[in-house]
Design a protein around this ligand. Structure first.
Ligand code: NI
Length: 224
């Protein structure tokens, strides 16, 4: 399942992030890539700098952590510190799947869901689409600044070459309480039905049945 969150960041938050990134140093992205990914990766990433990172994480997590689509669609257990990446003309990232185990400096965890948060508006660059291969064909994603897309970390994806301007994104990876993407999708849809019923018919017996079904399915499928 691919999920998007429009306006995850507002324009004030985007301005603040741009200000922090403008003063940051960017280095070759291959330094953080695994062996296979390094062969196809051609971009730049912000050099980790503790104080700047803390501020960036605070801005990002303040919006992400409480967003309903994130909470119920991704069922986040652990969220990696974000990476800020930029692609200048000629840069791209060829077909790859994301690293399965994250957290080289802190506790390790599994990547189930990948996030790309777009920081520059699509008019500011040509190319640079995130191309995700799904069972139903290719999906090309290039969203307004402030919008985020979530997709299974196991899916084959690439970033098309940028031919003009600058593609600036924040990336993170999430270990979900529910490892299986099909189970997450089912829970997400069932929860939408549950919430509608709780609002419209809070006293009905069928609402209680759906509510219990959701709760116990989540218990059955979640792992800590
Ligand atoms: Ni990737």
């Amino acid at each position: 399942m691919m999920l998007t969150i429009p306006n995850l960041l507002n324009s004030a938050q985007l301005d603040k992030i741009h200000e922090l990134l403008a003063a940051a140093e960017f280095v070759d992205g291959r330094l953080t890539a695994g062996f296979a990914a390094a062969k196809v990766k051609h971009n730049q990433e912000m050099r980790q700098d503790a104080k700047r990172m803390r501020l960036l994480i605070r801005i990002l997590m303040a919006s992400l952590g409480q967003h309903e689509i994130f909470r119920f669609g991704v069922l986040p257990h652990r969220v990696a510190d974000p990476i800020f990446a930029r692609y200048l003309p000629g840069m791209h990232y060829g077909d790859h799947v994301d690293d399965p185990i994250m957290g080289s400096s802190g506790p390790r965890f599994r990547s189930d869901v990948s996030m790309t948060l777009f920081l520059n508006s699509p008019e500011r660059y040509d190319g640079g689409e995130l191309v995700i291969r799904t069972a139903f064909g290719e999906r090309k994603v290039k969203l307004p600044a402030g919008d985020a897309v979530f997709y299974p970390s196991s899916s084959l994806h690439q970033v098309a070459e940028v031919s003009r301007g600058e593609r600036l994104v924040a990336l993170t990876w999430i270990q979900s309480y529910v490892r299986d993407a099909a189970q997450r999708e089912l829970l997400y849809e069932l929860n939408q039905a549950r919430e509608a019923l709780l609002k419209e018919s809070p006293e009905a017996e069928y609402t209680a049945l759906v509510d219990r079904g959701y709760t116990n399915l989540l218990r059955m499928w979640s792992e800590l």
